[in-house]
Design a protein around this ligand. Structure first.
Ligand code: P1T
Length: 388
């Protein structure tokens, strides 16, 4: 797909075509899995298509990177071995010892652990702030030292919403970058770079891959100088996506739009059901009109996605029981696959924030609502919640 076509076409066309042209020799419409570590050179330095060694570049990965850049409306994409590998490479690209970042006060537990337990040893400091509170984010910035305002929107697991446009202005005023972890929304529902963000982060393990069969991560940027610096560390640190993993994510992306619409349809039904259930005390979903971030979400998201969190009447034990009793909702970490998942953030995905300011309530349950038949999902939840 030519650059000109790419810019003019709709999201689903880009999802299916961007990043790869049918192979000139065979006409293969899908990129091969280039399972090769190295490339024959035509004389020393005579690289074919720029490929030299598969840590530096691999055609299957290139196709994925081009596709991600097109979907996020960025200039360059980078595919990593995991979401956390992407985060680590980004933070080490933009920060040096003594620098500081602002992170969400309800960030994904692994992101918090990376910043708090790993990069802190290399002199990176951080302050948590609510992404929904511009004043809190502004106050958390350390003038001259804050290199990035890092947000998730919606956040994991509490589905808080940050105003990307306003936060970009706050970050830029302080000379910092706005980094948006767009994992929950996916590029179909929200394109942060078009709203002023500087970097988009993905755990492609989730909606981009979409089938719970691969772990991967990505960064997408607009600025070519920043892309150059990220590219340097991508290769120098080497946490790159392998060709098979890149191929799986690329295949997943082709159906992202239809999947996200169905995830959103089903999540809306689940939210309505939970909101009317006597064993549920609170439902977190940005599509709810009384969600504090609803108006902003309505402005910056196409729909509200497939993640729903809720609290139950019977405290932590009740939440653990619901997780164990669910059947179609499979008890497991992760999210964003076609199958529905249920989990207890306090004991599972967010165990690493226990005892910190980021601790999540014990009676909280997180659902990744899949694309199964909606009535079956509601029946499963009804059973799992116990006697009415
Ligand atoms: O698992 P990995 O591909 O390394 O991605 C990390 C990550 C980054 N950002 C967000 C918002 C995430 O949700 C994740 C991973 N999250 C889970 C595994 C989870 O169940 O929440």
């Amino acid at each position: 797909m030519t650059q000109e076509h790419r810019q003019k076409s709709g999201f689903d066309t880009r999802a299916i075509h961007a990043g790869y042209e049918p192979d000139p020799m065979t006409g293969a419409v899908i990129p091969p899995i280039y399972a090769t570590s190295t490339y024959k050179q035509d004389g020393v330095g005579g690289l074919r298509g720029g490929y030299e060694y598969s840590r530096s570049g691999n055609p299957t990965r290139t196709a994925l990177e081009g596709n991600l850049a097109a979907l996020e409306e960025g200039e360059r994409g980078f595919a990593f071995a995991s979401g956390l590998a992407a985060e680590d490479t980004l933070l080490r690209t933009i920060c040096v010892p003594g620098d500081h970042v602002v992170i969400p006060d309800d960030a994904y537990g692994g992101t918090f652990r990376l910043v708090d337990k790993v990069l802190s040893r290399w002199g990176l400091e951080h302050s948590p702030a609510a992404v929904s509170d511009l004043d809190a984010v502004r106050a958390a910035i350390v003038p001259g030292r804050t290199k990035a305002v890092w947000i998730e929107t919606p956040t994991n697991p509490l589905l808080n919403i940050g105003d990307i446009e306003a936060l970009a202005a706050v970050a830029h005023e302080a000379g910092a970058l706005l980094v948006v972890d767009n994992t929950f929304a996916s590029p179909y529902l929200q394109q942060p770079l078009t709203l002023g963000a500087d970097v988009v982060v993905h755990s492609t393990t989730k909606y981009c891959g979409g089938h719970s069969d691969v772990v991967g991560g990505a960064l997408v940027v607009r600025d070519l100088e920043l892309a150059e610096s990220i590219g340097f560390l991508h290769n120098s640190v080497g946490a790159v996506a392998g060709p098979f993993d890149a191929w799986l994510v690329l295949r997943g992306l082709k159906t992202l739009g239809v999947r996200m619409d169905r995830h959103s349809d089903n999540a809306e039904k689940v939210v309505e059901f939970l909101a009317g259930h006597p064993a549920v005390t609170q439902v977190f979903y940005p599509g709810l009109e009384d969600h504090p971030g609803h108006a902003i979400a309505a402005r910056q998201m196409k729909r509200y996605g497939g993640i729903v969190s809720f609290r139950v009447t019977g405290g932590e034990q009740h939440a653990l029981d619901v997780c164990s009793r669910a059947e179609i909702f499979t008890l497991g970490e992760s999210l964003g696959g076609v199958e529905s998942l249920i989990e207890h953030p306090g004991r599972m995905t967010h165990a690493s924030v226990a005892g910190t300011d980021l601790e999540v309530p014990g009676d909280l349950i997180r659902l990744s609502v899949g694309i199964e038949t909606a009535d079956d999902l509601l029946g499963d939840l009804d059973r799992a919640l116990g006697a009415r």
